[in-house]
Design a protein. Structure first.
Length: 249
């Protein structure tokens, strides 16, 4: 169909302009395709794998747990972890687990989790990062091949099993006696394992016992325990006694 269009140019010129019915005068730019919605993460918490339920100490393995969800039911893929010490990223600490180290002593740790899905399947594939609550690492540190103890006390069978699960063993009584000599400044009675190294002792550094288990056997059903505030002070205790524990690795 053709319509007459008058041009207001001051000249009485008529043009026949073909117009198709339904044609828009202006076309918008095409929008990009939307494949999905961003994934989500929640309930981000740090768990102490070495000493469940307790605040972390030196050498403890920490694991971050979280809840993942995606509005489009896409599975998680390539979730990003970044552990931080007092608000600063720890270089190389980008796994789901983290083993505390000397620099963490008396410091707060948290981890930031960034949810991810496969970018080939959904867009956007990256969700909003979420940080865990902070945990404070106790002052105890490892000394040489002796792993930092926690404030948790154990009976002898549990102590032996605990060290084995950490790829270590209970130290002998002579090894504990030598540890005291090497780690403190004097052979006379002192509390430096707590004041210098943060190890729990009776009513000190969160401890409630002076004695630590050794692997040395006493009489039937007993093992030797070492008093860790002095040299050459040991006692044979029943295996169901609850003492502090360090492991030798």
């Amino acid at each position: 169909m053709k319509k007459l269009v008058r041009l207001s140019s001051g000249i009485g010129l008529l043009l026949l302009v073909p117009l198709s019915v339904g044609v828009q005068a202006a076309l918008s730019e095409p929008t990009g395709s939307v494949k999905g919605r961003a994934p989500l993460v929640s309930n981000v918490i740090i768990n102490n794998q070495s000493n469940p339920g307790l605040a972390p100490g030196g050498g403890d393995v920490l694991r971050v747990d979280y809840s993942f969800s995606d509005p489009d039911m896409d599975p998680e893929s390539g979730v990003i972890f970044q552990w931080q010490r007092t608000g600063s990223a720890i270089s190389g600490a980008v796994g789901r687990t983290y083993t505390t180290q000397l620099a963490d002593r008396n410091q707060s740790l948290h981890v930031v989790v960034t949810p991810m899905t496969n970018p080939a399947n959904t867009d956007p594939a990256t969700g909003t990062p979420l940080a865990s609550s902070a945990v404070t690492v106790s002052g105890a540190v490892s000394i040489g091949r002796f792993l930092a103890p926690s404030t948790l006390k154990r009976d002898w069978p549990s102590a032996d099993s605990y060290c084995r699960t950490r790829g270590a063993r209970l130290p002998t009584y002579p090894e504990l006696n030598q540890l005291f000599r090497d780690a403190t400044s004097t052979d006379t009675p002192n509390n430096e394992l707590c004041s210098v190294h943060g190890w729990p002792l009776e009513n000190m550094c969160g401890g409630s016992q002076l004695y630590y288990w050794s692997s040395s056997s006493g009489s039937t059903g007993t093992h030797t325990a070492a008093n860790m505030t002095r040299t050459n002070n040991n006692i044979n205790l029943a295996d169901n006694s609850m003492l502090h524990v360090t492991c030798f690795k």
